[in-house]
Design a protein. Structure first.
Lengths: 401, 473
């Protein structure tokens, strides 16, 4: 073996000292073998192999394999470049903008998937900051804004009842909030920028397509009594600039992925929520709303639609009167329930919980028009596009049913 | 900045380009490396670079004045100044909250209710590592084991050199400062081998530790309110043994590879520790640079084995308890260290009692397995955030949970056990050799194939840029 890392070949032994041959070949001493003395310059062996050739073959092979992986992601999975993975860093970037923004959205995946930011901006001239987080408790996010003395804007809180009224836990929002300050650091920001740049050209960089996400999913529930990874939600959405998120087109088409998504929700089954939980949630929400209003901000709640199959279970566990209505009464806040928007009825909810991409635009159109009636902070522009209706997003074959 | 990030890849590419640019002198290249190292650290939290500067300047001058001092007392004073400043910073940032918390608890037990203001201090990443590195400089000079560095630039680069800065290996000045004295250029073979080591380290961290082992550990250790059964408890603890090794050894291997690409040699920090037979063997293989640091600057000054049995055991326990506390400001880490201290003491006693015993091959395997199992018991305290949490897992391991709940799905469990078995088997098989020696005997085609698979796995795993566990220490 050659001794390595020398200032020059000729001076190698001078700098490193001689090879320590007290141990069998291949074993070099470590600090553990030299108690109570100054440690010498370490010896590092470089195995006598043709490393340049080995490395070249490896890099070329990796390039070919990665190309094949990318092809598979695009051709067979349906992933595409430009779909930017959502992340805590991406969220933090938007969150930092919220303090200076007139309108900010928080909530869970429903308001995240179901809001078309472009449409919102076309109608009002204001582009809201999207800080909703899939799989999170909107109340935790509401409280985080309530605790931010610099937030003075209008906060739109989108909620799925069973998520908002969960007795405890913040869902994925917990780690996003906990690491918010950390994600402001140069290393995180530069990582986000490089990652986003690459994702504009590469499709396989999708967290749902990670090796450790795919392999465990081969287990379809072998062990009884524990949820297998297969039963968890897989890719549902695509995310673009400003965290504009829409349902992934493959979930919209009938087939295995749509069925799996419905299966993963397990219809949100569970026991009815005890009334004291709803009361507790309302009390905490009211405190948060009061704090935001005291600083000159405001809060409006929105309840996006869900499919009848899911809605039945949701209402069974927490009827509107015991959840949504109680929340508005308790917080003295205004709210928009999808049930109350005529243009938002019978929209397409492919996997029962989130709207199709086109119907997200229709729903946004409907709720923004209502918003402009509820708050003076938003006005409908004179040149706002004409209202949309169900027929703008529901395929003709279904609409005629 | 962390090795498993896209930012680091860009950073490292630029550093390599500057380091091998023909138009810079060696002096200028060292300045480039120093600036790059500060940027590496500042990328995490810029203001904390000031701590590095304080540590660097104080220890530089302490060593200088120590050498110039004519009286032993003055030398001691400068040594103590260095120790106080370094440990003071470490204590404030790392143990301040812990001390306050314990003070409140003790006061409460005496009936004194005290509500201090919140101790909301951010722990500077890697402070435990560079504090120990700089301390070794002044201590070596004080103990006359080493002469002070001849140049401030070389010394500052020793403290700050980015491959070892935030998570070791904890380097001694005599290991690194001489390397900065002469121009260093790695040959192409060395650069490619360094890149291979970097790939191996990233594979350990990104694919094994973060991708496949961490979720299994979290399923049990973070399952608040659920009681794990025997199978889940053991599997999660084994998985943590694999995770902590792949995380930390992965960092060390990456650091060694990165340094090698730049033409510098860094010491081994791990030597197949799960192939250890006994605990003294384990500590000669696990985090070697820390265990040797503790031995040289704590255990030996405490008396070591020079003052009789009782003093030896006391020094051993004291060293391991403090070593435990070094890992984190929590009593669970102290218990972890204490258990290792007990193991080492018991082993020492047994060795004295059975002096002639030489284990055969089967006994060696059995003893290695026993060592591994007992080490796993200690990992419970290392991973659990509270004693209650540790108790839940230990009860599970002992099969004492009345209504155990299955927490780990079959797929992840099988994958984790395959990985951990492979780690244990590899360590056992390679306990008397080195990675380089094995590679030397491996055909080039196989090496190219393995490197391809490791790198491809890293790329398709993508990684989430999660920090290394030891960054928090």
């Amino acid at each position: 073996m050659h001794s390595s890392t020398s200032p020059s070949d000729a001076r190698a032994s001078e700098i490193h000292g001689t090879r320590e041959g007290a141990l069998p070949p291949g074993l070099r001493k470590t600090a553990a073998d030299r108690p109570g003395q100054a440690q010498p310059v370490p010896t590092r062996d470089v195995p006598t192999r043709p490393w340049v050739r080995i490395g070249t073959v490896a890099f070329v092979s990796v390039a070919l394999l990665t190309g094949a992986w990318e092809w598979n992601a695009r051709a067979n999975i349906g992933l595409r470049a430009g779909d930017i993975d959502d992340s805590a860093q991406f969220w933090a970037e938007q969150r930092r903008l919220a303090d200076a923004a007139p309108v900010t959205i928080v909530g869970d995946s429903r308001i995240l998937f179901d809001t078309d930011l472009d449409r919102f901006q076309q109608m009002t001239g204001v582009r809201p900051i999207q800080t909703a987080i899939a799989g999170s408790n909107a109340r935790a996010l509401l409280e985080s804004y309530a605790n931010d003395p610099d937030f003075h804007g209008l906060l739109i809180v989108g909620l799925a009842d069973l998520s908002y009224f969960r007795p405890q836990g913040t869902g994925y929002a917990g780690s996003y909030l906990k690491n918010f300050e950390k994600n402001d650091k140069p290393a995180q920001l530069s990582g986000l920028w490089i990652d986003r740049f690459l994702q504009r050209y590469v499709a396989f960089m999708d967290s749902d397509y990670r090796l450790s996400n795919l392999l465990p999913r081969l287990d379809h529930g072998v062990r009884k009594g524990v949820d297998s990874p297969y039963e968890g939600v897989w890719k549902l959405s695509e995310t673009f600039d400003d965290r504009q998120t829409f349902m992934w087109s493959r979930i919209e088409s009938r087939g295995y992925l749509q069925q799996h998504a419905r299966y993963a929700w397990n219809l949100f089954k569970g026991p009815p929520l005890p009334p004291f939980i709803a009361r507790n949630v309302v009390t905490r929400s009211a405190e948060a709303v009061t704090r935001i209003r005291a600083r000159g901000g405001d809060v409006i709640f929105i309840r996006p639609p869900s499919a009848p199959e899911l809605r039945k279970v949701e209402d069974g566990r927490l009827p509107r009167a015991k959840g949504w209505d109680l929340l508005l009464a308790g917080t003295h806040a205004k709210g928009i329930h999808a049930d109350d928007l005529p243009q938002a009825q019978n929209l397409v909810v492919p996997e029962w919980s989130h709207l199709s991409r086109k119907c997200a635009t229709v729903f946004t159109d409907a709720y923004v028009r209502r918003l402009t009636q509820l708050t003076p902070r938003l006005k409908l522009r004179a040149d706002a596009p004409p209202p949309l209706s169900r027929s703008d997003c529901v395929p003709a074959t279904i609409a005629s049913l | 900045m962390i090795f498993n990030s896209l930012t680091f890849l860009v950073f490292f590419g630029l550093v390599m380009a500057l380091h091998y640019a023909p138009f810079f002198s060696w002096h200028q290249k060292k300045i480039n490396l120093l600036i790059a190292s500060y940027l590496f650290y500042a990328a995490w939290n810029p203001p904390f670079v000031a701590l590095l500067w304080i540590s660097t300047v104080v220890d530089w001058w302490a060593a200088q004045w120590m050498v110039r001092a004519k009286r032993e007392r003055t030398r001691k004073l400068w040594m103590l100044t260095s120790v106080c400043v370094n440990l003071g910073m470490l204590g404030y940032f790392k143990y301040g909250g812990f001390l306050l918390q314990n003070f409140v608890a003790v006061a409460a037990s005496l009936g004194i209710v005290y509500h201090p203001p919140g101790w909301d201090i951010v722990l500077p990443v890697g402070i435990s590592f560079y504090t120990f590195a700089t301390l070794s400089y002044t201590l070596d000079v004080y103990l006359r084991r080493a002469a002070p560095a001849g140049s401030f630039l070389n010394y500052a680069l020793f403290v700050t050199f980015f491959p070892h800065l935030v998570a070791g290996p904890i380097m001694r000045p005599t290991e690194l400062v001489p390397q900065f004295e002469e121009p260093r250029q790695a040959r192409p073979n060395q650069i490619f081998f360094g890149l291979a080591l970097l790939t191996l380290g990233l594979f350990q961290k990104v694919v094994l530790a973060d991708g496949f082992l961490a979720p299994v550990v979290e399923a049990v250790y973070d399952a608040h309110g659920s009681a794990p059964g025997m199978l889940d408890s053991w599997v999660a603890t084994f998985a943590f043994a694999g995770q902590i090794f792949c995380d930390f050894a992965g960092y060390s291997t990456s650091a060694i590879g990165v340094a090698l690409c730049l033409g510098f040699a860094m010491p081994d920090n791990f030597r197949f520790p799960y192939g250890a037979v006994g605990f003294s063997d384990f500590w000669r293989r696990w985090h070697i640079t820390l265990s040797s640091w503790l031995r040289d600057y704590l255990y030996i000054p405490l008396g070591g084995n020079r003052h009789g049995q009782a003093r030896t055991y006391a020094a051993l326990m004291g060293t391991m308890l403090l070593g435990g506390l070094w890992h984190g400001a929590n009593w669970t880490f102290v218990v972890w260290g204490g258990l290792h201290g007990l193991y080492l003491s018991a082993e020492r006693w047994l060795r004295g009692r059975f002096k002639g015993f030489t284990p055969g091959r089967a006994s060696m395997v059995g003893l290695a397995l026993l060592t591994f199992l007992l080490v796993n018991i200690t990992w419970v305290f290392f991973r659990a955030k509270t004693f209650a949490g540790a108790g839940v897992v230990l009860e599970g391991m002992a099969g004492m949970q009345a209504k155990p709940a299955p927490l780990i799905a079959a797929g992840p469990m099988i994958i984790a056990m395959v990985i951990v078995s492979a780690i244990f088997g590899t360590h056992l098989a390679m306990r008397n050799t080195t990675l380089e020696a094995v590679i030397e005997r491996t055909p080039s085609v196989a090496l190219a194939g393995i490197w391809t698979l490791l790198l491809f796995a890293v790329i398709i795993e993508q990684g989430q840029g999660s920090a290394f566990i030891y960054f928090a220490f």
